[in-house]
Design a protein around this ligand. Structure first.
Ligand SMILES: Nc1ncnc2c1ncn2[C@@H]1O[C@H](COP(=O)(O)OP(=O)(O)OP(=O)(O)O)[C@@H](O)[C@H]1O
Length: 870
């Protein structure tokens, strides 16, 4: 299946950019001079213009000045404050060689970022080759240079038109032979139109995976593609297929884990709906087959339908959107067999249980239960149809096209059996779900002229009480009153309607969140690594993707913050550490610029005047409101270039993936996440074991802010952790954990916003490629060294090579390039670049400062050496 470029027919796509669309940093022809079809003298339309918007003549790379202070602080505000220690853990770096910490890179100059996209060369025009020409509407077309004179070129377009344009406005296109290459690194010219074309070329042929140097780019096909299953797994295992694939990434992770004895991680990122969860499942499938045998792998795979049922929901972006983050750590024995697994989840979107936008759904499991519960269970839980529950009714969306909820219910039940959740426990789980649904139907009646209420004694209240195992009267009291202490007296305060509704919803959210946590705990018990823990593991991270809706609330704020942290991890590994190492080692290195999101992270995390600190501060004030919070942000952060105060209670943040405007309504309440002690006491007094367990978890976990008689209603207890504080802590821990692994990055890309197969919107794809810096990664990889090992090991392995052998090897490169018909100019450049590091191999081995050695292609050298011998 290895995709060979020569078998692919050469074709070009018709581009359809938005009218006002422009490639960042790319040149454009002067729209005024454009007169399509209106040929001037000599039949040539004159489009020459001295003015242009971009600057394709700028240098791609910039020389590195001295390492000066990095923007990242090595203190408690950064998960990387233990940098030195963890760099030692990097597999390619020998422990004995790390006697100095990596020097920070100079901070990134944003002004240079505009130059990064184009391979700047006049080669294309000189050699009359193909080039990309941008129409005034933003579309790129493939042209061929007919002649060049001074600053002008005459080009012909596929439709036969001939145009005179400014030579600088042309972007070189790759020769046909490179159409649809497996790895963007193979492109002779690395620029936006070429990359987009390459990805689209492959996507059209269901080749949804492409390498971008070390990163796997996965474009969501939104349909079944024939790339998976046992035959493919076998082929990747035997290396009879070399096309980029999630299987190949998983295979590399297994091999590197075994070879280097270092834990691995597969970090999957991308926007909501880009395909992260599916990709994670595909990776798990591969690991399960390769490391299977004990049966535990089957259990691991069966956690997916359970977690998706309880933690995924239909959103406007994705019919199966994960509303929680997940890290699954799969442990292997010394013989490479799976010995167990552990799942860690992050911040479930609780608010969805009680509130959900038009056209979206609550968690799948509610609909599955209502549709699939057998009659006996329905009767026991007094279950109704979905449209009879207020929590499900509010969004006016009950089903998902092509999804059978009843069928899924059976799949979930079967999966629960497999992970050893007993039948009795399963029934209790379903009872909790029904209790949440019935709680939403509990209504209140006003009992005095102060707007105080009590719960209506109807079937909803009675059902909830029955399902959780308490008295209806006690439930009523917990929902409509609050015990307070005033001075030395205990008093009972009646609640107003809005307070009672808040209390009811808080109870529903807590029961659901408690249930989710409990389930993960049960799953972990079943997959427990315990004694079987060997220390070798592969972790797969699938965290909710970046979100930007018309209205963005606290949930998007947290999700996007998590994505910023993840992006920093990506940047750190693929841009910062890589380049720092070269500089430390005295390698002659020209720095590749990238968009650093450190400023945005500072906006969130800075103490005391960052978004999280200010939110926490306001949350502890009993009189704090969303208004006072928004005003506080505007007062303190207006000078921050990543922040913008908006009208009324809103503010905007410039995220790495785009600007998002947040509406602060509900921020304080969600951050406090208060559950009154009366509600917890009610749960502990229940006769059913699950509510009891939830209550005891809540009391044990200091992070659940509890408002009891000692606390005034409103402000959160400052002793307890707020939601964002807990979340930040979890993210820091996650980053530290990931930092001790060898990372493998997969970037999922959403080709359209309609979840529709076959449609590839270039503008949308480009925006995602830009914000995750895919092209910059390729540039670094192309100019960097893929193989890096401690100098002693390197010398032991390759020290026997002599310089003339190395020169032979270089000649082989030239020969290989000639065979592949790549441009000689490029080949010669790589030849020149490749030679100096090989000098390290000669008799007098010269280690760099860190005593690391770099090599472009050790395997190729060895192969060549063995050929020489033969
Ligand atoms: N490799 C694939 N093959 C077929 N369909 C896919 C593939 N990847 C994704 N999809 C389709 O895209 C949908 C969305 O993918 P997925 O749920 O994995 O996105 P996500 O990035 O995890 O989104 P979120 O951040 O919202 O959870 C899937 O439900 C599936 O229909």
């Amino acid at each position: 299946m290895s995709q060979k470029t020569e078998v692919l027919p050469s074709h070009r796509f018709t581009k359809s950019w938005p009218v006002d669309f422009r490639f960042m940093g790319s040149p454009t022809c002067d729209p005024i001079g454009y007169a399509d079809g209106n040929l001037g003298n000599n039949g040539v339309t004159n489009l020459s213009s001295p003015e242009r918007n971009g600057d394709s003549g700028g240098k791609v790379v910039e020389r590195v000045e001295n390492g000066v202070a990095d923007t990242e602080q090595a203190n408690e505000d950064s998960p990387y404050s233990w940098n030195v220690l963890l760099v030692e853990n990097r597999p390619s770096v020998g422990d004995e060689d790390l006697d100095s910490a990596a020097a920070p890179l100079p901070s990134v100059s944003k002004s240079n970022i505009g130059h990064r996209w184009s391979d700047i060369t006049s080669y294309a025009t000189k050699k009359k080759v193909q080039c990309w020409f941008q129409r005034p509407n933003g579309n790129w077309e493939l042209g061929r240079v007919i002649s060049t004179s001074g600053t002008e070129s005459v080009i012909s377009l596929p439709d036969g038109k001939v145009l005179k344009v400014n030579s600088d406005s042309l972007i070189p296109a790759n020769p046909d032979i490179l159409d649809g290459v497996d790895d963007l690194m193979q492109l002779s010219y690395l620029n936006e139109p070429s990359v987009l074309f390459n990805l689209q070329y492959r996507y059209k042929q269901d080749m949804i995976y492409t390498k971008a140097g070390p990163v796997l780019v996965a474009i969501n096909p939104f349909k079944k593609v024939p790339l998976y299953g046992n035959d493919y797994i076998e082929a990747y295992k035997n290396k009879s297929i070399e096309s980029p694939h999630v299987y190949a990434i998983a295979d590399t992770a297994i091999r590197e884990m075994t070879r280097d004895e270092v834990n691995q991680s597969i970090i999957i990122s991308g926007e909501s709906g880009a395909g992260k969860t599916e990709t994670a499942k595909i990776a798990m499938q591969y690991l399960a087959v390769l490391g299977g045998g004990s049966g535990i792998e089957y259990e691991i795979l069966k956690t997916n339908p359970i977690l998706e049922a309880f933690g995924n929901a239909k959103t406007l972006r994705n019919d199966n959107s994960s509303r929680f983050g997940k890290l699954i750590e799969i442990h292997f024995s010394e013989t490479g067999k799976i010995s167990g697994a552990k799942i860690q989840t992050f911040l479930l979107e609780k608010s969805r249980v009680v509130q959900c936008a038009e056209g979206e759904r609550s968690y799948h499991i509610f609909y599955q239960l209502c549709a699939g519960a057998p009659r006996a269970l329905r009767e026991k839980l007094n279950l109704k149809d979905v449209d009879e529950y207020k929590y499900l009714k509010q969004s006016n969306c009950y089903s998902i096209t092509g999804v059978n909820d009843a069928e899924h219910f059976h799949i979930v039940k079967e999966a629960l059996d497999i992970v050893h959740v007993s039948k009795e426990d399963q029934e209790s789980v379903f009872a909790m779900l029904a209790a949440v649904l019935w709680l939403g139907n509990v209504s209140f009646t006003i009992i005095d002229n102060e707007n105080h209420v009590e719960a209506v004694q109807d079937e909803s209240l009675i059902n909830v009480a029955k399902l959780i195992g308490c008295d209806a009267a006690d439930l009523n009291l917990a929902l409509s009153t609050r015990k307070m202490r005033v001075g030395s007296d205990n008093i009972v305060q009646k609640l107003t309607l809005s307070q009672a509704i808040e209390t009811r919803d808080a109870l529903a959210k807590s029961i659901y969140a408690g249930l989710f946590e409990w389930l993960v705990e049960q799953i972990n018990k079943s997959l427990a690594v315990g004694k079987r823990l060997t220390g070798r593991s592969i972790s797969i991270l699938d965290i909710y993707g970046f979100e930007s809706f018309d209205r963005n609330s606290f949930e998007q704020f947290c999700i996007n913050y998590a994505n910023e942290r993840l992006q920093q991890h990506f940047n750190r590994h693929l841009f910062k550490l890589e380049q720092e190492e070269y500089i430390q080692d005295g390698i002659d290195w020209a720095k590749v610029d990238f968009d650093d999101n450190q400023d945005c992270l500072h906006l969130f995390e800075k103490k005391p005047l960052g978004l999280l600190s200010l939110l926490n501060e306001e949350s502890t004030f009993p009189n704090g409101t969303d208004y006072t919070f928004a005003n506080k942000l505007k007062q303190h952060l207006n000078s921050n270039h990543c922040f913008k105060g908006e009208r009324e209670k809103a503010f905007s943040v410039s995220h790495f993936a785009g600007e998002v405007t947040y509406d602060t309504t509900g921020f304080l309440e969600k951050n406090r996440d208060l559950l009154h002690l009366d509600s917890i006491q009610l749960l502990s007094s229940c006769s059913c074991h699950l509510p009891k367990a939830f209550a005891s978890n809540m009391l044990n976990q200091s992070e659940t802010p509890v408002v009891g008689p000692l606390h005034k209603a409103g402000g959160a207890d400052s002793q307890k952790l707020s939601v964002v504080t807990k979340f930040k802590g979890q993210l820091f821990q996650l980053m530290q954990r990931l930092e001790s692994t060898t990372p493998h990055f997969i970037r999922c890309i959403k080709p359209n916003n309609f979840q529709s197969p076959g449609s590839y919107e270039q503008g949308l794809v480009l925006q995602q490629l830009r914000c995750c810096g895919v092209l910059e990664v390729v540039r670094i990889s192309r100019s960097g060294y893929p193989t890096r090992m401690p100098h002693q090991k390197f010398a032991k392995r390759l020290g026997f090579l002599r310089i003339h052998e190395i020169v032979h090897c270089m000649a082989f490169y030239v020969f290989k390039a000639a065979l592949e018909d790549t441009e000689l100019a490029v080949t010669l450049r790589s030849f020149k670049e490749a030679l100096p590091p090989y000098n390290h191999l000669s008799e007098e081995i010269k280690p760099g400062k860190n005593m690391l050695s770099y090599c472009r292609d050790i395997e190729l050298l060895l192969l060549y050496k063995s050929r020489l011998k033969a």
